[in-house]
Write a protein that binds this ligand. Structure first.
Ligand SMILES: [Zn+2]
Length: 70
């Protein structure tokens, strides 16, 4: 974003202008492009947890009888 004071471009994660140290307004724009961190509206980590749960469920179904038969 551009500094409101000196019109210098600043990275979006900066709180103050790197040139004149003026406070930068917080960008209220659209949320970050979540393509990398969000999938179908859920964060990727929740999908990872979901898949791990499915794998554990599947493994329990497959390995459960053999473990019980010991
Ligand atoms: Zn500035």
């Amino acid at each position: 974003m551009d500094c409101p004071n000196c019109k210098t471009w600043n990275p979006d994660d900066k709180n103050v202008c790197w040139r004149c140290q003026a406070l930068l307004p917080k960008p209220i724009e659209k949320k970050k492009k979540g393509a990398a961190t969000f999938f179908l509206g859920l964060p990727i980590w929740s999908w990872v947890v979901f898949v791990i749960m499915l794998i554990l469920l599947f493994a329990a179904q497959c390995l459960g009888p053999t473990l019980l038969n010991r």
